[in-house]
Design a protein around this ligand. Structure first.
Ligand SMILES: Cc1cc2nc3c(=O)[nH]c(=O)nc-3n(C[C@H](O)[C@H](O)[C@H](O)COP(=O)(O)OP(=O)(O)OC[C@H]3O[C@@H](n4cnc5c(N)ncnc54)[C@H](O)[C@@H]3O)c2cc1C
Length: 398
């Protein structure tokens, strides 16, 4: 592995930094983790995502024929890292389209689906915003237990059931849905299919779920005889499981963004300890040094995965390894940050303007947010199971 970045790669890093300086408020860290909480924050995200799309940065690694730049995975990783570092909005949950819907459609969508759905995703516009419907009340980690059912009737499927924890459904135009299409199967991961559903369909209800800091990110979705045109089936009916696993592996390549966020918060914390004099305490220095090592390890892991993919190697357990490492790192960063900030870390997460709030509330926010990070896209335990089974060839744990 070559640890040097090329001139082209360094130039991209500089260009993204310039973009952040030009387009984001000064010293933008407090909102690094919360773009979907308010309509105002969301509207700002959309203006940024359109600018990113104009530069083709949302679609860096896509093939040219789909509006991308065919850039390497390393380039894409640099982009994700810088986006995380500068807190550039418009690139995360609502952009499920760029990260896993469009790449999946490129692999197993029909030509008509590719032509209709991929260009709006590439444009960073409201029409390209997707939410993801996998989890159900009784099917999270055990996703194959999903019961939401679509029955083929003529040229349509009739959909009934419920999804939960659907991020961004209150802003999304489209739903990327996994559901059951056959109940009479020997194994529960058979008989599943993927669909594209219009969020304005009759019979589809979106209920907000307010999270523990009072923010609106999640929703639950209810389907009552929702009609899906048969042409919105993605890939082959009842063969959805393998497509779903591919889509999930795209989703789990998030470590580089996490590294960027962690590096930025670390830099801010280090600066705070210098300004406050806390750096003179050996225990503070020791904790910061430990964090610096962990952050650099995660950074190297995410670049190693990208490099392997660029060499044509198949990466199966690596994104899961990196996600598990990132989950653990973010919790550690939140705990150490709260410890160093002391009583200041107890300020209400939503009170960013309070005179008692330090570092724009970023650590209070992270303290709560890291719990969800360790669950979203599959829990840390799930990622460890994948590392054990596919990385270490251990026997299955369940
Ligand atoms: C921030 C966030 C955003 C999300 N966004 C979406 C979204 O947009 N769309 C969507 O569909 N879902 C979304 N989810 C839901 C998420 O995918 C599920 O919460 C996750 O898959 C876990 O499922 P569960 O909550 O049912 O927990 P469970 O599966 O019930 O797990 C409970 C606990 O048991 C452990 N466990 C379960 N099975 C095993 C096992 N076999 N081996 C070891 N440990 C195990 C888990 O690790 C966990 O600690 C989101 C969640 C979060 C936190």
């Amino acid at each position: 592995m070559d640890f040097q970045f090329s001139k082209e790669e360094e130039r991209l890093r500089r260009d993204i930094r310039e973009f952040a300086k030009e387009n984001l408020p000064d010293h933008h860290i407090g909102h690094i983790l919360d773009e979907e909480h308010s309509r105002e924050a969301w509207a700002f995200s959309m203006t940024i995502s359109k600018k990113l799309a104009e530069k083709k940065w949302l679609t860096l690694s896509w093939p040219v024929e789909f509006g991308g730049l065919a850039a390497s995975e390393v380039i894409k990783t640099i982009f994700s890292e810088e986006v995380g570092y500068w807190g550039i909005p418009g690139t995360t949950m609502g952009q499920a389209g760029t990260s896993w819907v469009a790449p999946s459609l490129m692999l197993f969508g029909s030509r008509a689906q590719q032509e209709k759905y991929i260009p709006p995703i590439a444009s960073g516009s409201e029409d390209g915003i997707w939410c993801t419907g996998y989890s159900e009340p009784d099917a999270g980690t055990d996703m194959a237990s999903m019961e939401t059912f679509a029955e083929r009737v003529g040229d349509e499927y009739i959909l009934n059931g419920q999804k939960v924890w659907t991020s961004c459904a209150h802003f999304a135009k489209w739903l990327w849905l996994a559901c059951r299409t056959d109940r009479n199967v020997e194994k529960k991961h058979h008989g599943l299919s993927l669909f594209i559903v219009d969020m304005e369909s009759d019979g589809l209800t979106v209920n907000p779920l307010i999270n523990m800091v009072g923010g609106h990110v999640f929703n639950e979705l209810f389907f009552k005889d929702v009609r899906i045109p048969a042409e919105n089936l993605v890939g082959v009916e009842n063969q959805g499981w393998s497509q779903l696993m591919t889509a999930l592996s795209f989703e789990r390549r998030i470590a580089a963004g996490v590294t960027g966020i962690a590096r930025r918060l670390f830099d801010e914390l280090l600066e705070y300890t210098r300004a406050s004099g806390l750096i003179s305490q050996a225990r503070v220095r020791s904790k910061l040094a430990g964090l610096a090592i962990d952050i650099n390890c995660l950074r190297l892991l995410s670049y190693e995965t990208a490099w392997k993919a660029d060499q044509g190697m198949t990466v199966i357990h690596e994104p899961s390894r990196n996600k598990a490492a990132g989950d653990v790192l973010m919790e550690k960063l939140a705990r150490i940050g709260a410890d160093i900030l002391g009583s200041y870390s107890q300020v209400d997460v939503m009170q960013k303007e309070s005179k008692w709030t330090k570092l724009q509330g970023a650590f209070e926010h992270l303290y709560y947010y890291c719990i969800g990070m360790a669950i979203a896209a599959g829990t840390t335990d799930t990622q460890r199971n994948i590392v054990g089974q596919f990385g270490l060839q251990l026997p299955r744990s369940y």
